[in-house]
Design a protein around this ligand. Structure first.
Ligand SMILES: Cc1cc2nc3c(=O)[nH]c(=O)nc-3n(C[C@H](O)[C@H](O)[C@H](O)COP(=O)(O)OP(=O)(O)OC[C@H]3O[C@@H](n4cnc5c(N)ncnc54)[C@H](O)[C@@H]3O)c2cc1C
Length: 361
């Protein structure tokens, strides 16, 4: 086995690990199944932590065309409220973000192997060997598992159930510099401006929600599902036209999942959604992916074991994940009360929004 690190997955977590290792002169190999960056189910909200981490990795959000987000609107039934965001935030399509991160990794000296999925990952006495769909069998001393929402056979997260994530790009929606959180049957939708025009509609919905199957494949049914649930949604979506023929979906998103530090094969560093999945309401998943990728790379360079890395990671995100889970549950169970509360006490809502930040930068 070679002493280099293998990184499996080229989303924010894998790219952050690759950039950090490459900058330290370690020349990792990053394997990504997509030949070119693709759309991903994501609200595309970047908070202050994500922005700071991206700047540290060499990305300039303004230069990439990100739209600043300055306020948040909430809608549930006939109730609505609005508050200024108590921290800086941006919106940037994942297509642009993921492409820029991978380009940065390559510039820094990482080797990219794109367009071939890993079919098998095997641990041996001295490291890891991958078997890729194109027949390649790269080897490495450590495996950074950054496959996000997708499981690697034999290394799957022990999570059951999970939410359905749905995303649809829209024309004809003007959001200015605001996001909207809109309660709807089975969960909530986030609507935010999309760099280049239009808006991004993204939902997290509980499995078994009536009408879910149709909403997940039919843009008109999806828009109706959201618009019927609040006056604010109906107003914002009045002139909406789907930019895609079908919504993009991902099933079984295990919100609240946190990898247990103990056990597992040696030299396996789980990062991003493979390490922890925060409820999407707080919009910090990308920051967590970037920070965990970076910290795993630092742990590898320092010769620290995977268990120590996972234990440190879990203790740094556990409090924020608990708060985010609480806010998510309130939005799902009592959205109207939450919207009224945000309207009556914007200071309290701002405190809660700050409190659910992970503080990772
Ligand atoms: C509905 C929803 C809304 C969200 N909204 C937001 C938001 O607004 N803001 C935010 O910060 N976060 C949000 N998130 C969370 C965010 O999308 C994730 O936390 C983040 O993408 C995790 O990054 P990652 O690098 O771990 O995984 P991913 O971004 O999923 O990347 C994983 C990569 O691995 C590759 N891969 C997978 N399997 C293989 C294989 N076998 N071989 C090779 N390559 C493979 C994939 O192609 C992919 O490129 C949202 C999530 C959901 C579900």
């Amino acid at each position: 086995m070679t002493g280099r690190s293998l990184i499996l997955g080229g989303g924010p977590a894998g790219a952050a690990a690759a950039i950090t290792l490459a900058r330290a002169g370690a020349a990792p190999l990053l394997v990504e199944r997509a030949a070119a960056p693709a759309e991903k189910v994501c609200g595309e909200f970047l908070g202050a932590d994500a922005a700071a981490l991206l700047a540290g990795l060499g990305l300039d959000l303004a230069a990439l065309g990100a739209v600043p987000i300055r306020s948040a609107q909430f809608g549930a039934g006939r109730h609505r409220s609005r508050m200024p965001l108590p921290f800086a935030a941006w919106s940037l399509p994942r297509l642009t973000l993921d492409a820029a991160l991978l380009a940065r990794a390559e510039e820094a000296g990482a080797e990219l192997h794109c367009g071939a999925a890993a079919l098998v990952a095997e641990a041996g006495p001295r490291g890891w060997r991958l078997r890729l769909a194109d027949g390649a069998t790269p080897e490495g001393a450590q495996l950074v598992l950054a496959t996000g929402k997708h499981e690697m056979r034999g290394l799957a997260r022990p999570a059951a159930g999970g939410s359905l994530g749905v995303k649809l790009a829209l024309h004809g929606v003007e959001m200015g510099e605001a996001i909207a959180l809109l309660a709807c049957p089975g969960g909530y939708a986030g609507l935010q401006p999309r760099a280049g025009g239009g808006a991004n509609l993204c939902l997290a919905l509980a499995p078994g929600t009536p009408g879910l199957a149709q909403a997940a494949r039919d843009p008109a049914a999806l828009l109706a599902h959201v618009a019927a649930a609040s006056d604010l949604a109906a107003e914002l979506l009045r002139a909406a036209r789907p930019a895609w023929p079908r919504p993009l979906t991902v099933a079984g998103v295990p919100y609240g999942y946190l990898h247990r530090a103990a056990g597992g094969p040696g030299g396996l560093f789980r990062v991003g959604d493979q390490a922890a999945v925060v409820p999407s309401l707080c919009g910090d998943g990308i920051a967590m992916a970037l920070a965990s990728g970076q910290r795993a790379a630092e742990a590898i360079r320092a010769g620290a074991g995977a268990e120590a890395f996972h234990a440190a990671w879990a203790s740094s995100v556990r409090p924020g994940m608990r708060l985010a889970g609480l806010a998510d549950g309130l939005m799902a169970r009592t959205p109207q009360a939450l919207v009224r509360l945000a309207g009556a006490w914007p200071g309290l809502a701002g405190w809660a929004a700050r409190g659910t930040r992970m503080g990772l930068a």
